[in-house]
Design a protein around this ligand. Structure first.
Ligand code: NDP
Ligand code: MG
Length: 400
């Protein structure tokens, strides 16, 4: 039987331990969990590169601990601050600006790239890693939403492997292990916590604040994905992510709300069997699964005790109170350029909401308007995608 161990047929072997790792988005929430895993299993990893965005203090703290040869930051100002915080006995190479992430994603000595920058900014380095034939532990779902078709092709050509960090997709990956697509895969069922506003109606959602939206009941995450979880756009992006990762049509992906976040997703086969993945909602679990794959390692996470949890519940998502989920399904069906529009409009709207310049329900309204104004265009190249991304951002910002 063919073993289905990654989204794409592989020619690249998984690297031996210790693995040489380049972490993009090291200063974020996923970066923090990944570095916790690496600190716990120092014998398995050599950190060759750590990249942050603007948070020089956090990157300096991590760099002093892990001593990578390469570091990167987004701006000259952040790079200056970073340099001033380093001890005299340590002087890593400091790269600056968007190109720096592409360089760190393709370092010849790096065999494992953790792609955990937030948003469309993660697309160019993820694509570069895919073209360079790397093993990519992928958290940055937006890069697949924007250019899943291009990344997939690059993986085919180079032998790159993507291991999905996103907990739902990692759960699906584990459910698919040992199966090939010919084994009668019927459906992929993504679970969603429902976020902080589960069960609320539109009248309530009109007045919710930034802090309420940031307060996710189960997961501790960065600001943008927390708002996406509150609006259900996160699940929408994940539906598209699943289609690209596993080569299924959007009709083969279902979403079920599961408020306890214990079942992380399910695979259904033709015979009616469903295979679920269960665990505590702690991102160290899927991160370690990817970074150590196919080995399993001990983690300092709370153990799951089902008798203590006692009740697992499931319900249908409310697509009318939370239109972002519907918009994502529609965008993926509409054609290859619509998901880029969906993502760009969402990133701008979420940023405006976080700055308290728009209301929560303006997020889906702005995305819907951007999608309905969009006439499909070919997006066969990364340049076409990034041009469209810029254009939509400018349009949506102009309307705010
Ligand atoms: P955070 O906001 O916590 O971290 C984002 C990281 O990206 C930071 O290191 C930040 O740097 C960096 N960054 C931001 N903008 C840029 C840019 N323009 N160029 C380069 N680097 C940049 O996000 P999360 O860690 O929560 O999420 C990261 C990705 O992982 C997202 O795509 C998210 O959807 C996905 N994901 C996250 C999960 C989670 O539990 N957090 C779960 C599943 C997926 P700095 O802070 O230094 O400016
Ligand atoms: Mg997820």
């Amino acid at each position: 039987m063919k073993t289905y161990i990654s989204p794409w047929p592989q020619t690249a072997a998984l690297p031996p331990f210790p693995r040489t790792v380049s972490v993009l988005g090291a200063t974020g929430s996923i970066g923090a969990s990944a570095l916790k895993v690496m600190a716990r299993h120092k014998d398995k990893f050599t950190v060759t590169a750590l990249a942050g965005g603007r948070n020089a203090k956090r990157l300096a703290k991590l760099a002093v601990e892990f001593r990578p040869e390469f570091t990167a930051l987004l701006t000259d100002e952040a790079a200056r601050e970073f340099k001033s915080l380093l001890p005299s006995d340590y002087s890593p190479k400091i790269l600056v600006g968007p190109e720096a992430y592409v360089t760190l994603a393709t370092l010849p000595q790096a065999d494992l790239i953790l792609s955990s920058i937030v948003g469309a900014a993660g697309f160019p380095p993820t694509l570069a890693a895919a073209r360079a034939g790397k093993v990519i532990a992928l958290a940055n779902k937006e890069s697949l939403v924007l250019g899943g078709h291009i990344i997939r092709k690059a993986c085919h050509e180079s032998g790159a492997v993507i291991l999905p960090v996103d907990s739902e997709h990692n759960a699906l990956f584990q459910g698919l292990l040992g199966h090939s697509s010919e084994d009668g895969l019927h459906k992929l069922i993504l679970t969603a916590s429902g976020g902080p506003f589960r069960g609320r109606n539109r009248a309530f959602l009109k007045t919710v604040t930034r802090d309420q939206a940031l307060a996710h009941p189960n997961w501790s995450m960065g600001a943008k994905i927390s708002i996406d979880s509150a609006s259900l756009m996160n699940k929408g992006l994940e539906v598209i992510e699943a289609c690209h990762l596993y080569g299924v049509s959007v009709d083969q992906v279902d979403v079920v709300v599961h408020p306890q976040s214990i079942v992380h997703s399910l695979v259904e086969f033709a015979d009616g069997s469903q295979i679920a993945h269960l665990g505590q909602p702690d991102m160290q679990i899927p991160i370690a699964h990817c970074m150590c794959f196919p080995e399993r390692v001990t983690l300092d996470v709370k153990r799951l005790n089902l008798a203590e949890v006692a009740t697992l519940t499931f319900e249908k998502p409310d697509k009318s109170a939370f239109p972002c989920l519907r918009l994502a399904f529609e965008a993926f069906q509409a054609g290859p350029s619509h998901p880029t529009v969906l993502n760009a409009a969402n990133e701008v709207a979420v940023d405006l909401f976080l700055k308290e310049r728009i209301h929560f329900l303006d997020i889906p309204a702005m995305i819907e308007r951007a999608l309905s104004d969009h006439a499909p265009i070919p997006v066969d190249t990364p340049e076409a995608i990034l041009d469209l991304d810029r254009e939509v951002r400018a349009q949506v910002r102009g309307r705010a």
